[in-house]
Design a binder for this molecule. Structure first.
Ligand SMILES: [Zn+2]
Length: 154
């Protein structure tokens, strides 16, 4: 990495303020929550709202029962059989931000590993059943996330 992560985040924020960089799905989440408690700024909600505004209709919180796996994707297009997950960088171990925890490693590392294994099993089971699976990191730009969903729907 060319610059420390904090500096990179600051640089992105400044670039975004100038309109140079697309806003990440979780931009300023905690600050936004303080400034405007009524609006849910969770990354999956940001994406859902954007898709809805573009005219897409989907199910949320729909439980899919597949063989030995029960899973609740963040966004489901039932007719097209597309399941969308917006994954948190820490819990799902994003290659950019999901660094291994250094404190309480005996607890966290197996837990994170289990999360990764479950994600892989869910992907395989859904795909075997004929679903398209879209995994989006919470750090991704909204426009990129929308493009990924659209690509799966086409
Ligand atoms: Zn990330």
């Amino acid at each position: 990495m060319l610059v420390p992560e904090d500096d990179a985040a600051e640089a992105r924020k400044r670039a975004h303020a100038k309109g140079l960089y697309p806003a990440p799905l979780n931009a300023g989440r905690s600050r936004n929550m303080q400034a405007n408690r009524r609006r849910d700024t969770k990354p999956e909600v940001v994406l859902r709202n954007a898709l809805h505004a573009l005219g897409y209709r989907y199910r949320k919180d729909l439980l899919l029962r597949l063989e030995d796996v029960k899973v609740r994707p963040d966004i489901v297009f039932t007719k097209r059989r597309v399941a969308v997950f917006v994954d948190g960088c820490f819990w799902h171990v994003c290659p950019q931000h999901g660094r291994q925890p250094t404190t309480n490693e005996w607890y966290w590392t197996p837990k994170l590993r289990r999360n990764m294994e479950r994600d892989a099993r869910v992907n395989d089971t859904l795909r075997d059943a004929g679903w398209s699976v879209v995994r989006i990191w919470e750090h991704e730009a909204l426009n990129d996330a929308i493009a990924s969903v659209r690509a799966a729907l086409d």
